[in-house]
Design a binder for this molecule. Structure first.
Ligand code: NAP
Length: 260
């Protein structure tokens, strides 16, 4: 399917690896020029080179921490007028509600709520003026179904979801479409870290933790960054003009519900 976005320009946050990279690859395959971002310069530049070579689009690599004011400013200086914004950042550490004080909450809210809100706030006026835009925020299945040990994520992402729900309806008449994509368990470095924490907590091997987690999913496996990226790119396409403020769950059916 032609996504109808060839020649558009995208900022893809946190995209040297994992779900951000999967999204960047799928956008590049659709002919979108990219501004990629991550903190580790060499890994980011390698990803940028590979995507540039494979898809023949313009790719710039901005190695900054997107959760900082300076990082976001550098990203926006490199690409002041994106047509597409993919909001993403690392997820907060697992733990118990009793582990977290003000500093931990502030870090989670900064990374997974305020960073995407502030980036959207910065790019929405230009999108509105040009009459076209797509903002896709990578949140988590935990927005629909809380994960106990990821309380920082449950709460911060719920705040972002509320912002998108209201704002999406305020900007839609200008051709600017905002939606969220909610990953379940995908096989990335993030899930490796979480499986290691589960294994430690339950006194089992990492392989056992992975096998159990995959067996409990209706698909019997984790998702991949590639299939995630294809769905995220569709949410940036010309075809979602009437899809506003939605939360698209991509979890292999793990959330057990007849609807919603
Ligand atoms: P990942 O494979 O660990 O990749 C994370 C990417 O983000 C890397 O490129 C990393 O590069 C970059 N990054 C991390 N912190 C950053 C920061 N402060 N500024 C700029 N770049 C940053 O993780 P993932 O699985 O793709 O997860 C992406 C997001 O989806 C996370 O918020 C995660 O919690 C959420 N999520 C993932 C899953 C899953 O199953 N994978 C499920 C639900 C939610 P550097 O480290 O070099 O910066």
């Amino acid at each position: 399917m032609d996504l109808g976005i060839r020649g558009r320009r995208a900022i893809v946050c946190a995209s040297s690896k994992g779900l951000g990279r999967g999204t960047a690859e799928a956008l590049a395959a659709a002919g979108v020029d990219l501004t990629l971002n991550a903190r580790t310069k060499d890994v980011l530049e390698r990803t940028a080179d590979e995507i540039r070579d494979r898809h023949n689009v313009r790719v710039q690599a901005i190695a900054v921490d997107v959760t900082t004011d300076e990082g976001r400013a550098a990203l926006l200086e490199a690409e002041p007028q994106p047509d597409i914004l993919i909001n993403n950042a690392g997820g907060p550490p697992p733990g118990m509600w009793s582990d977290w004080g003000r500093a931990e909450w502030q870090a989670a809210v900064d990374a997974n709520m305020l960073t995407p809100i502030l980036l959207a706030t910065a790019v929405l006026p230009g999108m509105i003026e040009r009459g076209w835009g797509r903002v896709v925020s990578i949140t988590s299945g935990s927005v629909k179904s809380p994960i106990g040990r990821l309380g920082l994520s449950n709460a911060a992402r719920a705040g972002l979801t509320g912002f998108v729900a209201g704002t999406a309806r305020q900007v839609a008449s200008h051709g600017v479409i905002m939606n969220n994509i909610l990953p379940g368990q995908h096989d990335t470095d993030r899930i490796k870290g979480l499986m290691e924490a589960t294994a430690k907590g339950e006194g089992i091997t990492v392989d056992e933790a992975r096998t159990r987690a995959q067996a409990s999913n209706p698909r019997g496996r984790f998702g991949t960054a590639e299939e995630f990226g294809q769905v995220a790119a569709f949410l940036c396409s010309e075809h979602v003009g009437f899809m506003v403020g939605q939360n698209v769950l991509l979890d292999g059916g793990a959330f057990n519900a007849t609807m919603g």
